[in-house]
Design a protein around this ligand. Structure first.
Ligand SMILES: [Fe+2]
Ligand SMILES: [Fe+2]
Length: 319
């Protein structure tokens, strides 16, 4: 029990260090160029310059496994992007509607698997559930904005988006259960594509977008009273450091793009197991008598590891 608590404190300390490292210029949202889908197979990797994340702990075999996982992800992402480019090259809002319908799915899939682990007492980290729900909530508002802009007007777009979403859900659940690192990297690829798509759109359409009004749902989401969940998904920022101004449609798309940049950073950080922290969670101080900081948390990576540990240690399910 004492050893577990000590391990937990060490992990919390390392999370604090990582949160500090992840913190970027608070006035400007910048997506990290951690991978390049179109550069497959030359530049593969979840870290900068194609390096796998946290390579200090990676042995040779693990590095190869990471490379294979990321190569598969990049191939899949590039294939889907080519299909979307063919179907939606000049139908922007319909494309965004499809993208945002799909974008919510992985967060729901992560939560589904984490709920299962939590039910069995295999793996408990409340921050993951909170942050993934906040990400899903953010993507839902992107979707509502696209619907208000008419992106869901044609039945074919709704049919395609909804059927891809069902397939994507089961694919992500399976991938996340087998390799959380791979699933988070796949999501990073998808989020990076979303960031690039919106970035190109606002640069191409800036003058036009500035003349158009913002959808009501965008004004209420970005400037409404309770912005707790808006702060919650931005894990590289302190709460209350980003408060958008929404005067027109350009502002809306700029903020959606910046949201995607935040998703990218979080998905990248998540590839290092146990590193995710809610921006609202106060760092634990071992000198403080805080029961929330001293409760040991079960830990395992993927369903195979979770089952193996629960069989080897009967106390796992009681934590
Ligand atoms: Fe989105
Ligand atoms: Fe996103």
């Amino acid at each position: 029990m004492h050893r577990d608590w000590g391990t937990d404190v060490l992990q919390r300390k390392s999370s604090r260090v990582r949160a500090t490292l992840l913190k970027e210029n608070e006035e400007e949202v910048v997506v990290e160029k951690s991978f390049a889908p179109k550069s497959f197979p030359g530049n593969v990797g979840g870290g900068n310059n194609g390096e796998p994340p946290d390579n200090s702990s990676s042995n040779g075999l693990e590095k190869w496994v990471i490379k294979i996982e990321q190569s598969v992800n990049i191939f899949l992402t590039d294939s889907v992007i080519k299909i979307l480019d063919t179907l939606y090259h000049d139908r922007h809002y319909a494309r965004f509607f499809v993208l945002e319908t799909i974008a919510r799915v992985p967060y729901f899939a992560f939560i589904s698997v984490l709920h299962l682990y939590e039910s069995f007492g295999w793996w408990r980290r409340a921050d993951y559930l909170k942050v993934h729900f906040a990400e899903s909530w953010n993507e839902m508002h992107h979707l509502l904005i696209m619907e208000e802009l008419g992106g869901n007007a044609w039945w074919f777009d709704r049919f395609l988006a909804q059927h891809i979403a069902v397939f994507y859900y089961f694919m992500t659940v399976s991938m996340y259960a087998l390799s959380p690192r791979m699933a988070y990297h796949f999501s990073e690829c998808v989020e990076h594509h979303a960031y690039e798509t919106y970035d190109k759109f606002i640069k191409d359409q800036e003058a036009e977008l500035k003349k158009l009004p913002a959808p009501k749902i965008a004004v209420s989401y970005y400037t409404g009273g309770d912005l707790y969940l808006f702060d919650e998904f931005q894990t590289s920022r302190e709460p209350n450091t980003r408060r958008p101004k929404i005067d027109n449609l350009y502002d809306v798309f700029m903020n959606i793009r910046d949201d995607e940049a935040e998703h990218c950073k979080t998905m990248k950080a998540c590839q290092t197991h146990g590193s995710l922290r809610s921006p609202h969670t106060n760092p634990c101080d071992e000198s403080e008598d805080d029961p929330g900081c001293s409760v040991p948390q079960a830990d395992c990576v993927g369903i195979v590891d979770c089952i193996t540990k629960s069989v080897a240690d009967p106390n796992v399910g009681r934590r």
